[in-house]
Design a protein around this ligand. Structure first.
Ligand code: HDE
Length: 756
């Protein structure tokens, strides 16, 4: 029986075949033989140029592109022109005084072409410069309709969305898998205007007041003298700041946990972080925190894997998101809210809802699902969409209002301000990706890059010349009206509430909520990061912070650094752990997981074929790995090879299967292996790159399966067949079943913390 996902995977096979063997033969374009793959891994392969990029080959007599190419080509007409529309006869030679003479200043085409190129780049975002995005749709369940009048949250309403995921610290060209917070920004194009939910994958922030944002970012960015390290937190200035400034402790702890190194953008939670205020049609208000819950579960890489990925495939997350969407395996998240009564003190169970360094555990306030988001289309043009999209926490719709969280208040200024330099002026809202889907009737005029041609003479209010138009809306005609919240009489001060002084109770809550494996990862992360610091004082201060979270955590990191563990300066808070914070323990869908099938072509190829089919049917992606490219059994029923021992690296795979020989030959292999094993190591005759592949996958807690004589690779790599997550058997199908079961738990967790 085909699941929708396996059907999607099959569709890709068709699509790829069509792309490869498509009807049009274009002179000079790579032919079908240039792409030898046929699997649902289209975008993972070095694809041939898309058909619509191959060049103008199908035109109507008037020079217009016809058929499927129409509107999809880089250029729409038959003739190359200048920006002003004049047709060009040559774009490869500048105008010269003779073929060997100087270039003439009068060459207007040269000047236009080079000048435009010189200005192709715009400033990258000051933070969150590296990102990837997708289009999609949000369908509301209607469950929030009682607490907000926002039209897009009424039952069954579908709203187009554009989502941009990002890292925070790195430059535009930095690697995806660094240890960092991830941005999760969603633009809802609602009928009542744009609503931007500009969140992160971590529910708390480093600072409690926006005025400190330049400080934390200056500390995290590369050192200003040598501009290194790029996209890293493992350096002195970052740790200098977060250890001197202990309100950063909670966020830093999340960064050091597995949340700092997600497996995929598709497998991250998203959080609005601040408390927002919803208002319903009757004017009643509710405080809420927004949560995005991924349908695929929350999963991470392990640290060594993330580091290797940053070199082997710096675009790992970007590619993963685009591939999944192209494959029809559309990622989904449920939007949910935690709700709190809008009391005068804005506290809930002793937690200050205005303090963005605090969470409210889900056990105290469950997340109620209010809608489902599906990302179903990749951007057509990275620059126009992903780069030019401009989010702003002040893009609000009736029914959603802000609170006095001082971090949020500062952001309300910053996001508009930053677009002025990044996008060059106040008209960035007119860029196609930023345009609202609601009618616009503003009186904003002129400015850089104005594209509207406004009419009339009275862009002001009040006026009589335009008959008084436009009119002002009211509550009954959908106006955005700020909730008239009380502001207590107070003295003007640069200060914060006393409740903001508690910096350690929630980090302790987080630490105590982790499983033993997750704690081990956190200890390793702190030991790595502080170990990379140069200044002794910074390391020691780091340990002091850890002592205030938990003595055991501090002791382990201190041991790794070779330093004494200090005593805490604040007594450990009595906190209830929140099991919902742990990523381990649940089972999740395996859609889109990558399964490597290793074969040297001499083994049970029927087993390889069946396994490929079974992997596809389960909605996962099979990639055959062999010593060389091309196909296995080319003269019989060929099996296409997607990776060679040279191009495969373990980090790409969620699980690895080792094909073995059919049963009778297995005996022969076994006899040969027993002999070879006696010699051990290289004497086994197993390619060292294959040994690296399986040992790395093993170290990273990935499921490994081998059938028949395939187990000899495990033996050669010194991996015990009975260790957790290693599956051996005689039949390929049985091995795959157990491996798929392990994948539902993401990793063979027991491998990290040996059972006692
Ligand atoms: Fe941002 N942040 N931020 N931030 N932020 C920006 O806006 C800022 C904060 C977040 O994909 C900038 O257009 C201040 C928290 C995301 O385009 C800038 C403060 C959260 C993105 C800015 C914060 C975020 C940004 C840079 C402290 C999670 C990427 C470029 C008060 C709730 C959006 C831009 C995208 C981007 C300022 C703190 C999320 C400079 C001053 C907390 C996801 O305006």
């Amino acid at each position: 029986k085909k699941t929708p996902v396996s059907a999607a995977a099959e569709k890709i096979v068709e699509k790829v075949q069509e792309a490869v063997n498509g009807p049009q033969e274009i002179p000079g374009a790579p032919g079908p033989e240039a792409a030898s793959f046929e699997e649902p891994t289209e975008a993972r392969e070095p694809l041939p140029p898309k058909r619509d990029q191959r060049g103008p080959d199908t035109y109507s007599p008037t020079g217009q592109p016809t058929g499927a190419r129409r509107g999809r080509m880089a250029q729409d007409g038959a003739y190359l022109t200048t920006a002003q529309g004049a047709r060009l006869y040559d774009t490869d030679h500048s105008l010269k005084a003779g073929p060997r003479g100087p270039v003439l200043l009068q060459d207007h085409h040269l000047r236009e072409k080079i000048t435009h190129f010189d200005h192709e780049r715009i400033p990258e975002r000051v933070v969150h410069a590296r990102g990837a995005a997708a289009h999609g749709v949000f369908r509301s369940y209607g469950s929030a309709a009682g607490i907000t009048k926002a039209g897009f949250l009424a039952e069954g309403v579908e709203t187009p969305v554009f989502v941009r995921f990002s890292t925070v610290l790195g430059s535009r060209g930095s690697a995806d898998t660094v240890r960092d917070t991830r941005g999760f920004a969603t633009k809802f194009y609602t009928d009542e205007g744009v609503f931007d939910l500009v969140g992160n994958n971590i529910p708390v922030f480093f600072i409690q007041d926006a005025i400190k944002f330049p400080d934390v970012i200056h500390a995290g960015k590369p050192h200003p003298d040598r501009e290194i390290p790029q996209a890293q937190s493992a350096h002195d200035t970052f740790w200098d700041f977060v250890t001197l400034h202990t309100e950063a402790t909670h966020h830093t702890l999340w960064n050091m946990s597995d949340r700092g190194i997600p497996r995929s953008y598709r497998m991250m939670e998203g959080f609005g972080v601040h408390t927002f205020r919803l208002v319903n049609a009757e004017g009643a208000t509710t405080l809420v925190k927004f949560h995005w819950k991924p349908k695929l579960g929350v999963h991470s890489q392990v640290w060594e894997e993330a580091q290797i990925t940053a070199g082997a495939d710096p675009d790992f997350h970007r590619r993963d998101l685009a591939d999944a969407i192209e494959a029809g395996a559309f990622p989904q998240w449920e939007l949910g809210v935690q709700t709190f009564p809008d009391t005068e003190d804005q506290m809930f169970e002793g937690i200050d809802l205005l303090d963005p360094t605090k969470i409210v555990p889900e056990e105290l306030a469950p997340v109620r699902p209010i809608g489902l988001m599906t990302l179903n289309a990749n951007p057509s043009n990275f620059f126009a969409e992903t780069e030019q999209v401009a989010f702003h926490v002040g893009h609000l719709v009736p029914g959603i209002d802000v609170t006095n969280d001082p971090l949020l208040q500062g952001r309300l200024f910053s996001y508009l301000d930053t677009q002025l330099s990044r996008l060059g002026g106040p008209n960035f809202g007119q860029l196609p990706i930023n345009r609202t889907h609601a009618p616009v009737n503003d009186m904003l005029r002129d400015g850089m890059h104005q594209t509207a041609v406004h009419r009339g003479v009275a862009p002001y209010r009040p006026n009589s010349l335009d008959g008084g138009c436009p009119f002002l809306a009211g509550a009954d005609t959908g106006a955005y009206i700020e909730v008239p919240a009380e502001v207590p009489a107070a003295r003007k001060v640069r200060d914060a509430a006393v409740s903001f002084d508690d910096h350690f109770s929630q980090p302790r809550l987080f630490w105590l909520s982790m499983s033993p494996t997750e704690r081990e990862h956190i200890v390793d992360a702190y030991t790595f990061e502080l170990g990379k610091c140069w200044e002794q004082a910074v390391k020691e201060r780091g340990l002091q912070v850890l002592a205030n979270i938990d003595a055991d955590l501090c002791r382990q990191v201190a041991a790794g650094l070779g330093l004494p563990a200090p005593e805490p300066t604040v007594p450990p808070a009595a906190v209830e752990p929140s099991p919902a914070l742990s990523q381990i323990g649940e089972r999740w869908p395996v859609d889109g997981r990558i399964v490597g099938i290793v074969s040297d072509g001499t083994e049970d190829l029927d087993g390889v074929r069946e396994t490929r089919r079974a992997v596809l049917d389960a909605g996962m992606v099979p990639l055959v790995i062999a010593p060389a490219g091309g196909s296995l059994d080319p003269d019989g029923d060929p099996v296409t090879v997607q990776r060679t021992f040279l191009t495969a690296r373990s980090v790409e795979f969620d699980a690895i299967l080792l094909a073995g020989s059919p049963a009778p030959a297995a005996d022969a292999h076994a006899a040969r292996d027993a002999k070879a094993d006696a010699g051990a190591g290289a004497a086994t005759g197993v390619d060292p790159r294959l040994l690296l592949l399986v040992t790395e996958a093993y170290r990273h807690g990935k499921a490994l399966g081998a059938w028949g004589s395939g187990a000899r690779v495990l033996r050669a790599a010194g991996l015990p067949a009975d260790s957790p997550g290693v599956v051996t058997g005689e039949r390929a199908a049985a091995v795959l079943d157990t491996v798929a079961d392990l994948l539902a738990q993401h990793r063979a967790w027991d491998r990290f913390t040996p059972a006692v």
